[in-house]
Design a protein around this ligand. Structure first.
Ligand code: ATP
Length: 131
């Protein structure tokens, strides 16, 4: 299987750097799975599960927002937040989910619904990575 270079950078660290056969994540256009040789494009990341398929196995993480630059032999993700499963506090994510659901359910004119929905997506992404 062919590979491409994958680099994922967040403001505080190089989250991942290596060779991958496939990378999957959520975007404003929906879930995508990128293989080597993909046509060049740039996508906007939405909260979801990041799945990296390497020659010897698979890695998963939570990826919350940012951009991905896709080139045939190289994919660069600039993310605001990315978390490996062992970095996720499940209690905190469950609490954030309940808070966001409650905010959406009881929303008023003052509620920033888009913000609450994004918070809910982040919490769901974290919980899904743990499961
Ligand atoms: P919360 O409402 O619990 O703060 P949030 O989704 O609003 O959740 P973010 O703004 O996405 O939080 O993240 C702020 C910082 O807190 C980031 O560094 C993120 O990695 C960290 N963080 C948030 N939730 C968790 C969690 N459940 N486990 C580990 N780190 C978390």
């Amino acid at each position: 299987m062919e590979e491409f270079k994958l680099r994922i950078v967040t403001p505080d660290r190089v989250f991942y750097e290596g060779d991958a056969e496939m990378v999957e994540f959520n975007t404003t256009e929906g879930e995508i799975g990128v293989l080597p040789g993909h046509i060049p494009m740039t996508v906007i990341i939405k909260p979801g599960i990041l799945r990296i398929t390497e020659k010897d196995g698979e890695k998963t993480a939570a990826l919350h927002s940012g951009f991905a630059e896709i080139l045939p032999d190289k994919i660069t993700i600039l993310a605001e937040i990315a978390e490996w499963p062992d970095e996720i506090d499940i209690e905190r994510a469950n609490a954030a989910k309940i808070r966001a659901e409650e905010r959406i359910r009881s929303h008023t004119q003052e509620t920033d619904l888009a913000r609450a929905e994004t918070a809910l997506q982040r919490a769901i992404a974290r919980i899904s990575v743990i499961k």
